[in-house]
Design a protein around this ligand. Structure first.
Ligand code: SF4
Ligand code: SF4
Length: 125
């Protein structure tokens, strides 16, 4: 028989201090905002502190869902594990190339520009 807390064993401790992305990751976390409860349980676990509530004007509801600052994400998947183990299952880890094609965003190695660069006809990949 397993102890009740076995369910939580895959969840790491929150980071002692936040770091920063050093290169473009292989995976990117994406929150399904329609599934996110806005509980923010995932927020303190992100080692680069890049999970934030979406701007309040986007949803006319008291508790807004969260979203990732994509260009800061290091693809560690901690947030997805926390969400699925502690609360819901609202975070999907996407391969970076798939993410860029799906959302028309080009991520960079650096932290600037801060949210990635929207691909345009004038600046295709
Ligand atoms: S833990 Fe899941 S449901 Fe809660 S805010 Fe984070 S993504 Fe949303
Ligand atoms: S995968 Fe999640 S926890 Fe890890 S850096 Fe990205 S947003 Fe933060």
């Amino acid at each position: 028989m397993t102890a009740p807390y076995d369910h939580y064993k895959t969840i790491p401790n929150p980071p002692a201090k936040f770091t920063q992305k050093k290169k473009k990751p292989k995976m990117v976390a994406v929150v399904d905002e329609d599934n996110c409860t806005g509980c923010q349980a995932c927020v303190p676990f992100c080692p680069v502190d890049c999970i934030r509530p979406v701007p309040p004007e986007k949803y006319a509801i008291p508790i807004a869902p969260v979203q990732i600052r994509f260009n800061e994400c290091i693809g560690c998947s901690v947030c997805a594990r926390v969400c699925s183990q502690l609360t819901w299952d609202a975070i999907e880890m996407l391969p970076t190339a798939e993410f860029e094609a799906k959302y028309n965003i080009e991520l960079t190695d650096a932290l600037t520009p801060p949210y990635g660069r929207l691909k345009t006809a004038a600046s295709p990949l």
